[in-house]
Design a protein around this ligand. Sequence first.
Ligand SMILES: NC(=O)C1=CN([C@@H]2O[C@H](COP(=O)(O)OP(=O)(O)OC[C@H]3O[C@@H](n4cnc5c(N)ncnc54)[C@H](O)[C@@H]3O)[C@@H](O)[C@H]2O)C=CC1
Ligand SMILES: N[C@@H](CC=O)C(=O)O
Length: 363
Amino acid sequence: MVRYDLALIGFGGVNRALAELISQRGDRLAEELGFTLRVVAITDLRAGSLVDTDGIDLAPLLAAEPGELDFSGLTGGNADPRSEWVIREVPADIVVEATFTNPTDGEPALSHVRWALEAGKHVCTTNKGPVALAGRALRVLAEQRGIGFEFEGAVLSGTPVLRTAQRLLAGLEITGVQGIMNGTSNYILGRLEEGIELPAAIAEAQELGYAEADPTADIEGHDVQLKVLILANEILGADLRRADVCCEGISSVTPQEVQDAVTKGLHWKLVGSATLRADGTVDARVALLALPAHHPLAGISGPLNAVTFHTDLLGSVTVSGPGAGRMETAYALLSDIIAIHQGRHADDDTAPLYPVLQETHRG
Ligand SMILES: NC(=O)C1=CN([C@@H]2O[C@H](COP(=O)(O)OP(=O)(O)OC[C@H]3O[C@@H](n4cnc5c(N)ncnc54)[C@H](O)[C@@H]3O)[C@@H](O)[C@H]2O)C=CC1
Ligand SMILES: N[C@@H](CC=O)C(=O)O
């Protein structure tokens, strides 16, 4: 049986949920998927670092309250995260990056991913920063090393948007992508419709594990901006920068306006889109729109999100599912690990392990 040793970088909601999945479903995964998972290192800004190359006992860590974790008193523990040393030096097959998303320069997650790929380790990440801001360079680095760089959770948590486009819609031309891509803002808009005030709705989204550590990115549209960038560059073959994606958030609409809209049969939604123009360039934007009730995205509510692909042969194809949530996003990491496993064990060893759908470089 193949075993993958994991180094978890960041031990917040998502990577803790992955540790839970491994603890609770490890045997079933081995039976169904033919591999086992073992965590050999964890680093976290607050808890420090913990290394055990024979496998960390996850049970006591999962029993502790998240805010109370302190690795410094444990065997193999240190008060310092030592992320660079752990990523480069600790023998692990897969580095799982789930630290804060930084929409400005992607750091320090971008360095975490680069160090791991340079060290020849597969990477899975739910962190939008490195993928949106340096996805192409990281993909090239991974391809040069013949290793996996997987990031399904960066768009719509565990709902398979990227793999649907890259694998299941292969052979079609995708001419545009449109959707509701942020669980927090969609949840908040729904709560505003119900008469809940903005600060209370934000607090609920934080408690439920949907919001970013700094929810400004959710409220001001920056999180959707990164997701649109990922879709434009990865699926439509564009080479856009963050500044190329016009962006607005939900803070410009008042609770009263949201409620008045409902009386007129309208629902405010934060919609991200990327559309291929006739000249081959891509128009990408995040806009707050009042959608009529019959619009396909109007009924997408709470942390539920949806992405519609516009294609040449099938018309519109929509994928809908959770856009946020700790366990939902941990599942995305598991699906990445499965993709890495399947890549390693592909029957056709002449095929590229990590194919990219459209390599045309559009501006
Ligand atoms: N929660 C969700 O629904 C989703 C989250 N994501 C992304 O996944 C990532 C993780 O999300 P959550 O676990 O919810 O966030 P979180 O805020 O609960 O956890 C992040 C953890 O990373 C740690 N950390 C921050 N900087 C670090 C560093 N330099 N070195 C080591 N550890 C560091 C923090 O101490 C914290 O424990 C974020 O980038 C987020 O944008 C993506 C999709 C959905
Ligand atoms: N904060 C994000 C988490 C997933 O990317 C959201 O609410 O969608």
